[in-house]
Design a protein around this ligand. Structure first.
Ligand code: MEV
Length: 310
């Protein structure tokens, strides 16, 4: 039996604008993990994938449900890449405690865990870049035009500064800081949110290009602040990023309620994460952070965790 994990992620700065070539920063969230377990199966059975959280299963070569098509694709591609000439007999079990459709990269993390477990089971090891490229194929299937940031951060499992089409840059966090990650309980439909932004961009390119430029600039400043240990600069940058995300139309009343509650209780900055329109928000935490968590709970957070960025 072989097991592998991949973390969830949050985008600290730059979502949506990253689809249009601007930089973004994302960090792994080790408290939310996807796990894949691979075991040998009786001869002739082929590959079975058990997606426990979805209550679904799939046998490679038989019709798959919409939700499992990405896993089917990633499994096939990984087996090709690993040189498996004939279909092995395996059972792959997937579990994840990363909330689905929450802006935390659950789909990408599940795919990354699967690829890594499969490689380990077949006695191979794949570089982070290879895992990321395989996971990207499933992301395309699910999300249409992904920037590639989600598969990158969950595959490298390190803070990344990401610019579409450019070599990956990882970077150091000079002074660790804490985030609260709170869920609205409402699904964040990446494909729909990205498509809605594209429609608005097509209708008014100059305005949206300027908004994306401003978001990209926030991401650059965010990286400098993190690398320089200037944690005090991060809160205002998160607020600035959120104001721009609001402008491009991907916030929601539920996200705003959680953001307002966190700020009102002493968080120096807060923003939505991922595609928005639901999903999760993050709030930078002060040293005494219990009041912020209390405020988020009181404002109806459907999930809440604290993550240290280091
Ligand atoms: C989704 O986690 C982040 C978006 O920027 C989409 C993408 O980068 O593919 C909204």
């Amino acid at each position: 039996m072989t097991q592998a994990h991949a973390p969830g992620k949050v985008i600290l700065f730059g979502e949506h604008a990253v689809v249009y070539g601007r930089p973004a920063i994302a960090v792994p969230v080790a408290q939310a993990l996807a796990t894949a377990t691979v075991e040998g199966a009786p001869p002739g059975g082929g590959v079975t994938i058990l997606a426990h959280d979805l209550g679904e299963q799939l046998v490679l070569g038989q019709p798959a449900s919409e939700r499992l098509r990405g896993l089917e694709l990633v499994t096939r591609r990984a087996l090709e890449r690993l040189g498996a000439a004939t279909l092995p007999d395996l059972t792959i079990a997937i579990r994840s405690d990363i909330p689905v459709a929450s802006g935390m990269g659950s789909g990408a993390a599940v795919s990354a865990a699967l690829v890594r477990a499969l490689a380990a089971h077949l006695g191979a090891s794949l570089a982070d870049a290879e895992v990321s490229a395989l996971v990207y194929e499933a992301e395309v299937l699910y999300h249409g035009t992904p920037s590639g940031i989600d598969n990158t951060v969950v595959s490298y499992a390190r803070p990344v500064y990401f610019v579409r089409g450019q070599p990956i840059e990882t970077f150091a966090v000079e002074r660790p800081f804490r985030l609260a990650i709170a869920g609205t309980g409402i699904a964040s439909p990446t494909r729909m949110a990205v498509g809605a932004v594209r429609g608005r961009w097509e209708a008014d390119r100059p305005r949206y290009e300027a908004l994306f430029d401003a978001i990209g600039e926030v991401a650059r400043r965010g990286r400098r602040a993190i690398e320089g240990g200037e944690t005090a600069a991060l809160g205002p940058l998160m607020d600035e990023n959120q104001a721009l995300l609001r402008e491009i139309g991907v916030s929601s009343p539920e996200l705003e309620r959680l953001i307002g509650a966190a700020k009102g209780a002493g968080s120096p900055g807060a923003k939505l994460v991922g595609a928005g329109m639901g999903g999760n928000m993050i709030a930078l935490l002060p040293a005494e952070f219990e009041p912020v968590l209390e405020a988020l709970r009181a404002a109806g957070a459907a999930s809440l965790l604290v993550s240290e960025v280091r």
